[in-house]
Design a protein around this ligand. Sequence first.
Ligand SMILES: [Zn+2]
Ligand SMILES: [Zn+2]
Length: 703
Amino acid sequence: MTDSDDALLPLDAVRPPASSKDTKGAPAPAPERPVARVAVDSPLPHLDRLFDYLVPDSMHETAEPGVRVRVRFAGKLVDGFLLERADESDHDGRLMPLERVVSPERVLTPEIAGLARAVADRYAGTLTDVLRLAVPPRHAKAESEEPAKQDLPPAEPSQTESAWNAYPTGPSFLGALRDGRAPRAVWSALPGARGWAGATAEAVRATLDGGRGAVVVVPDGKDVALADGEFARVLGPGRHVALTADLGPAERYRRWLKVLRGQVRAVVGTRAAMFAPVADLGLVAIWDDGDDLHAERLAPYPHAREVLGLRAHRTGAAMLIGGYARTAEATQLIASGWARPIVAARTTIRGLGPRVRPAGEDAELAKDQAARQARLPSLAWRALRHGLESGPVLVQVPRRGYLPALACRHCRTPARCALPPTRRTALPPDPHAGTALPMPEAPAEAGHLCHGPLALRGGHAAPYCRWCGRVDADWRCSSCGSPRLRAVVTGARRTAEELGRAFPSVQVRTSGRDGVLATVPATRALVVATPGAEPVAEGGYAAAVLLDGWALLGRADLRAGEEAVRRWMNAAALLRPSAELVVLGDAALPAVQALLRWDPVTHAERELGDRAELGFPPAVRMATLTGVASAVRQMLDEVRLPPDAEVLGPVPVDEAGQERAMIRVRRSGGAALSAALKGASGVRAARKTPDVVKVSVDPLDLI
Ligand SMILES: [Zn+2]
Ligand SMILES: [Zn+2]
């Protein structure tokens, strides 16, 4: 790249005008390391690198790596982070001086700076975008406050029986944390509402006892509150902070500073806490990694499990991925040997789990008039009535608005596109071949198919593919050969009022979109909740009915089966041991089987195998490009994809002319794919192309 190429690199942004040859008025440089390398706050992908500035003598003491600075960039004053001080600059020509050091607080630690770079590269994003997620906005007052002196008494020895004794490999995991080693585990937690929080607190305690710090990320505020209490109990007061978005900027920044300044070494919080600057990190942990709240909503859309995994990898910290259910991603980490499973013995699980019974589609409805009105199968009605004799009962109802999937009418196998990818880049050159000729349009290999989900458009008999957009008039079920399709039954929405009428004289409590209850007392009550909003019941629920089986399983979502198991198990874990649970679902379905046997592991392994066969993440790396049609097509034409990449689409995604294309590569090609997409975005930005194409690597909603 030449200096005259100022369309790509505004070097004039950091270089004083050529005419100012005299040095009059220029500040004296710092006596040592007079060059500051600055990450400038600019969203433009082609400017995603460090820029050199001069450190004036007056800022020599304060302009340390990690501080916030103000610099002149492309004629404007902008924010930035100072990342390094150096003796010399590669840039020939005079450097612009730093405008000022905003605060001497070194808010960006070397570990987080390196992590942010790695996350940006992983997700085809910019360092600035990740830093915006990683370092909270400054709150000057909180920063200037004198930290309250706290002399903590030495932590009391842990006394209670360890929750980890219930797992054969649990005690050795704790021991390794205490000894400063880096075990990595995928933990299938035993049912029981509070058990996970207490066990996680113990893992943090062991890490602190070993002289290192810990970061724990959980899905929502309800989980933070639960963990906060358990951490206080197990760690003792003042040894951790809870970080959530709803604290308000001052309090959140105050707590974050405590972590940065090393006053506390343990953090529990929602996804932004994944970047908490805990010093000397010994453990990163994530609870319920299948919850989609763990995926960041802002560019470059990183996922907490991935970010924490990168942190563990880069720092040599231990990692704990916990949940009642298990994701295909966590299963992949076990399959690759990166992590080991922590699972309880079958007898232990049987003693703590609920007694699950399925009620299939043809289940007999209750005879009771009101229960019939609420379309409650008699099995479910009896379980609830019996449970209500001794305490609260839970009914999980579906949320509104799931998009139904198409499936084989005969055997219910989800209907998938059986056409080859829209386009495919050349295979990697064969080293044994004499010449490696470029093959722009290599024919698809047999078996390498799109596998996108099929859908029906009004008035058309033949289904089309949501990924590649083509109509497949000759579709036949891959399992049974039937040519007939149906939209999966989504079940009826039962309201709290309808259900309440079936149990007159019982108090009805609801938890969902209009207000989430964290807990309910141990008294008799019918608790109606949507998935994810189930309150913890004092002493556990006496019974539960999961009414949303068809809705969850029938969603047009690649993860529908895994997600159904996860949501069912999260609700079922809130029951008393051996309490009765009825799930509306066919016992022959693998997801229902997983709940019946409380065996998330077999289900997850099968799920991972299916995804490998179909070419879905995490077996492959996938990226989506979304934007106006012409922009998406132009970027597809320009991007230099790694060998063997498959392009699906583009297809329209809305009425406004937005289109989406997908790119699929083997896992080994993931880094090359991200780099290629970043490069293509940079070219577009440098050209000042107005239409932005949103790039998302491994998005969760692959519908
Ligand atoms: Zn079939
Ligand atoms: Zn397709």
